[in-house]
Design a protein around this ligand. Structure first.
Ligand code: HAS
Length: 560
């Protein structure tokens, strides 16, 4: 498909700006493992303090990169399937909002005024520009939903009895989830955090802020995941050389996420006071429910891969696995996808451990948690984002991939790094290693009375994995920016691989409409969250004063 210069420029900027920032994000990832292994035994390195680096790492990698990419990939998907570019003005306004917000938040973090981590964590207090910046980034990412919804409604009017393309369903579901869940964090930022950061209010209601954040926070992880799932359902079967085992399974999975992604945030608050056991239990059960769309995906994609491998001559119960195009540099998307899927088997299973109310008490706030989420967000999500970014850039610019043989190896290197890194973290977590802690200052410093020799092997393992991940990440940036600096050598087009479905499944209206699912979504959300907010209202104590991460004493007392 031919596209306009303006659209091309917009997509390139939305891909390249966060990837350029990723250099900082990856650098701080490396520093994390170095601090934690006790190689650095100081509060700061290169004028950037530990928690400042951790905030930059989380915000750039988990909020900025993922949001820009989801918007860019959504634009591309809608344009490709509807053969029409989204509204130009709205798309550029959205980009300007997101960019301005990112610059503001980046300044606030780099100046050392906002070491509050990507979860905002009041009573840690950030600079007002950090909160306003992140709010602008979020508001900017709302615009596309409205333009895409208009495109969809128009298309549907003209194609009443045609199945809506699965990728379009996935994109709209994802941004509806995003719009609803970000309303809570927008309220948290604008009503609680900005007035507090400006000095208009003296204290902050921590329980309410945390509950609003986690209303958003777990749905956020599915906002990261769904673009990858769209690729697994609609692109992977084609690049694997086969067909999608069931298109209907994909629809069921996406609508399942629509209902269950948000009303489960309290599973991040199992250890919080104020919320009663009944609410925690109910949301814990819903969390087990949200695992189902992923299990559906696991079996559908496994069957899809088996079909593709058998078509390529694969035989036997497991022997077929050897026939997939693992190292085909011309078809490199496969390598990015398969490595992400393999990581997600472990990322998903550890998620189920977290979801259990009882087991959660063992792993909560330990390094098990970053072990879990690096096999999810730094697994299928990150690999799908970077693989698709270089694919889109190359095809839409007409420039060949720089170092194609290295490009196809990167995901394997990354996967090995993550597996080693996460093993170190999870093993450490099970023997009590805390997360978000500069271990080099105390527990991993043999001169400290708190020294824990049993955490030496676990943190060293995480260090080895982290170094491998750093190398893979840097190689990717060389491939991406190397491709940017090449000359155009083929026609520049917008082209996505499109998978056919294996079965000729009839159109089922229920799985081709949003209204019934939106109603169910509203009901489940109300059942899960009205009691939670009533609990918060009833059980909240006095407001908290401001803290910094480096001192357990409130800022105002330190000043005195
Ligand atoms: Fe999670 C905490 C529970 C999924 C990210 N999660 C986090 C945090 C992050 C995160 C960032 O219940 C930390 C937040 C913080 O800073 O405090 N998580 C779950 C559950 C799932 C889950 C039940 N998480 C994710 C995803 C993430 C993510 C996805 C990012 C993208 N998580 C929790 C809980 C906590 C938590 C608690 C709070 C803990 C606490 O105490 O603080 C489920 O959605 C997982 C379902 C997934 C599966 C896997 C399906 C497997 C597939 C691959 C198939 C492979 C194939 C390849 C086909 C059941 C689809 C075959 C291979 C061949 C070679 C043929």
């Amino acid at each position: 498909m031919q596209i306009s210069k303006s659209f091309k420029r917009l997509i390139f900027l939305e891909l390249a700006i966060p990837l350029a920032l990723l250099t900082l994000g990856i650098y701080h990832g490396l520093l994390q493992v170095i601090y934690r292994a006790g190689v650095l035994q100081q509060p700061a390195f290169g004028k950037l303090e530990y928690y400042q680096g951790l905030t930059l790492h989380g915000v750039i990698n988990a909020i900025v990169l993922t949001t820009f990419f989801a918007v860019a990939f959504g634009h591309v998907t809608m344009a490709f399937y509807f053969k029409k570019e989204p509204n130009r003005k709205a798309s550029w306004i959205s980009f300007i909002f997101m960019l301005t917000g990112t610059v503001m938040a980046a300044w606030a973090m780099l100046s050392g005024n906002s070491s509050v981590l990507y979860t905002f964590y009041p009573p840690l207090k950030g600079h007002p520009l950090f909160y306003i910046g992140t709010a602008l980034l979020i508001v900017g990412s709302w615009f596309p939903l409205f333009t895409w919804a208009r495109m969809y409604v128009k298309w549907k009017k003209e194609n009443k009895h045609t199945k809506t393309p699965l990728a379009v369903i996935g994109t709209l579901v994802n941004f509806i989830i995003w719009f609803v869940c970000t309303l809570a964090v927008a309220y948290e930022v604008l009503v609680l955090l900005v007035p507090w950061a400006m000095g208009w209010t003296e204290t902050v209601n921590v329980t309410l802020a945390r509950t609003l954040f986690w209303f958003f926070g777990h749905a956020l992880v599915y906002f990261w995941l769904l673009p990858a799932y769209i690729m697994f359902y609609t692109i992977l079967p084609k690049v694997a050389g086969g067909k999608l085992y069931s298109d209907l399974a994909g629809r069921i999975a996406f609508f399942g996420f629509l209902i269950l992604s948000i009303p489960i945030g309290v599973h991040h608050q199992y250890s919080d006071p104020s919320i009663t056991q009944g609410v925690k239990f109910f949301q814990g059960m819903l969390t087990f429910g949200v695992v189902i769309p992923s299990f559906i995906t696991a079996f559908t994609i496994a069957a899809t891969l088996e079909y593709a491998a058998r078509k390529r001559g694969g035989k036997g119960w497991f022997g077929w696995m050897g026939k997939l195009p693992y190292f085909d540099s011309k078809n490199f998307l496969f390598s990015y996808f398969i490595c992400g899927l393999i990581l997600f088997i472990f990322g998903g299973l550890t998620g189920v451990v977290n979801a259990s109310y009882q087991l959660n008490t063992v792993i909560h706030n330990t390094s098990w948690l970053p072990g879990h989420f690096h096999m999810t967000v730094a697994g299928p999500v990150f690999l799908a984002i970077i693989g698709m970014s270089v694919y889109l850039y190359s095809t839409m610019s007409g420039k060949k991939i720089f170092m194609p043989k290295v490009n196809v190896i990167i995901p394997y290197l990354w996967m090995i790094g993550v597996l080693i890194f996460s093993t170190g973290l999870m093993w450490g977590g099970l023997i009590g290693e805390p997360r978000r802690t500069n271990l080099g200052m105390t527990y991993l410093n043999s001169a400290s009375e708190h020294f824990r020799p049993d955490w030496v092997p676990t943190t060293l393992l995480a260090l080895c994995g982290g170094i491998i991940m750093f190398i893979a990440g840097m190689l990717f940036l060389v491939v991406f920016f190397g491709t940017m600096f090449r000359r155009k050598s083929t026609e520049a087009v917008l082209e996505l691989p499109v998978s056919e479905a294996y079965h000729d499944e009839k159109r089922i209206p229920l799985f081709d409409r949003f209204k019934p699912w939106l109603v169910v979504m509203g009901v489940v959300l109300a059942l899960a969250y009205i009691p939670a907010f009533l609990n918060v209202e009833k059980n909240t104590g006095p407001g908290a004063p401001a803290f910094t991460p480096s001192n357990p004493v409130p800022i105002e007392n330190v000043k005195k």
